[in-house]
Design a binder for this molecule. Structure first.
Ligand code: NAP
Length: 447
């Protein structure tokens, strides 16, 4: 086939990893490149939009630089295009020199304890999706919730606890959908528990996130001082920082607290109880066995609760036809080069972000991760001639009957969110339903 020497790369997922990979492709000088970025949402930015908590405006501050990548003339954004449904692996491999999978981690883990299916037991992921205005989210009712328990002591648990405990007036400056803000305002939760199965020195939350939680106005901290009497020589910077923050907060006095944050360490859930809905969780005290593994001590306590949110980690899901490691829940890869079932690197396929290395690290971690993947992609492509004639994915998709949205369509959603916010005296309010998103995206004012 004739080519003009331009390499064409498809990126699956317009979250931070996909966009960082695109940015790295634009920055390389080995060859000219055009990048088509596909996402099932009409809104780019993935977890920055739908995972980073609405009040974390500092972290969301990366958005303009991600947008600049998608604005490049050499990049096209195709929203409302789902991999496996609207475009297949074989189609992409036939049309592009390379495909980068950056689809993130679309599921979460379950605790696997009896009673977990009771109404009131939910995933933190669903809760995050709700307060982030994801159109797939189920509305989360807080009516009747006097006590909420989160399992896991990572940053997701901290986010969820902070949103539950924050003063709603402060949240009104965020882009949260109005019904979410109304729900949080109408039903304040006076007791929030964070339950870790190991000690504070093992917690995976980061110190700035922990400090922000501990600094909430009017919230008293309840923590067992014995959990903080860690005598081990802690060398890990994060663990030291977390212990310092907890020790400092423990001694703080809060007069007439409006809510309480309970930090429970060395406890694991053994059973959820309730007649028709969750009423309590049973927790067993844990300890480290001689070999360093976690063991139960048999000492059980009961915490009354109407809402249990598991925040025990996300996991990747298979992409149709793409190799998948069902144990690690990632695409098998060597530094981003996808490894096929034969153990050999697939010539055109690469992975970046959480689907490459698992759900760890902050947004910025994905930048160096994407640079690593793209480094290999560039070396591979530079060593072989361009294979495919450049083609227009717009024409290809419409011939297939796929109505894709563009970056310009996203800008209309963006503007609509600003006007919706202004109509309520807020800077911005998320558009949170599929109907509204697709009608704004696809109503281009054409005849
Ligand atoms: P995470 O940091 O891996 O935390 C998972 C937590 O769940 C750990 O405390 C883990 O305890 C616990 N856990 C796992 N299985 C369990 C079980 N069966 N029973 C009880 N507890 C269990 O994951 P995450 O909070 O989902 O966060 C994912 C990534 O996103 C992290 O890298 C995080 O830093 C990042 N993130 C960052 C921000 C931010 O920067 N603001 C916000 C949100 C998320 P063990 O350690 O004992 O396994």
């Amino acid at each position: 086939m004739e080519t003009n020497g331009v390499r064409r790369v498809a990126v699956i997922g317009a979250g931070p990893s996909g966009i960082f990979a695109t940015q790295a492709l634009l920055a390389q000088t080995a060859f000219e490149v055009e990048v088509d970025v596909f996402d099932r949402m009409p809104t780019p930015f993935g977890l920055v939009r739908y995972g980073v908590a609405p009040d974390h405006t500092g972290i969301k501050g990366v958005t303009p630089s991600l947008a600049r990548v998608l604005e490049s003339e050499r990049v096209s954004f195709f929203g409302l295009v789902e991999f496996g449904r609207d475009v297949t692996r074989d189609e992409l491999l036939a049309r592009y020199d390379a495909v980068v999978y950056a689809a993130g981690a679309g599921e979460d883990y379950r605790l696997g304890v009896p009673g977990e299916q009771l109404p009131g037991s939910r995933s933190a992921r669903a809760f995050v999706a709700w307060y982030s205005g994801h159109p797939d989210a189920t509305p989360q009712s807080l009516a009747g919730v006097r006590s909420a328990v989160t399992f896991g002591v990572g940053n997701v648990a901290v986010d969820v606890a902070r949103i539950l405990l924050a003063d709603p007036d402060r949240l009104s400056t965020t882009d949260m959908p109005q019904p979410v803000l109304d729900e949080l305002r109408a039903h304040r939760v006076p007791d929030v528990w964070l339950v870790g199965r190991r000690g504070p020195q093992h917690a995976t939350f980061t110190t700035p996130e922990l400090r922000a939680l501990l600094a909430l106005d009017g919230v008293a901290l309840d923590i067992d001082p014995e959990d903080l009497a860690v005598t081990d020589d802690i060398t890990d910077r994060r663990a030291r920082g977390n212990l310092e923050a907890l020790r400092a907060a423990q001694g703080r006095r809060v007069d007439a607290p409006r809510a309480r944050l309970h930090l429970l360490f060395w406890q694991r859930p053994v059973r959820f109880e309730g007649e028709e809905a969750l009423e309590a969780v049973l927790l067993e005290r844990t300890a480290l066995g001689a070999d360093g593994s976690l063991v139960g001590t048999g000492e059980v306590r009961r915490v009354a609760t109407q809402l249990a949110l598991r925040a025990i980690g996300y996991r990747g899901v298979p992409l149709a036809g793409v190799p998948f490691d069902p144990v690690r829940h990632v695409i098998p890869n060597a530094e981003g080069r996808v490894i096929g079932p034969d153990g050999v690197a697939a010539p055109q396929e690469y992975a970046a972000g959480w689907i490459k290395r698992g759900p760890v690290g902050v947004i910025g971690t994905n930048k160096s991760d994407a640079v690593q993947t793209v480094g290999h992609l560039v070396a591979d492509l530079a060593a072989r001639p361009p294979v495919f004639a450049p083609g227009d994915a717009h024409a290809w998709l419409s011939a297939k009957g796929v109505r894709a949205s563009t970056f310009a369509d996203w800008l209309r959603i963006d503007a609509a969110e600003e006007s919706l916010g202004a109509s309520r005296g807020r800077d911005r309010t998320k558009v949170a339903t599929w109907d509204s998103l697709t009608s704004i995206a696809l109503d281009r004012g054409e005849d």
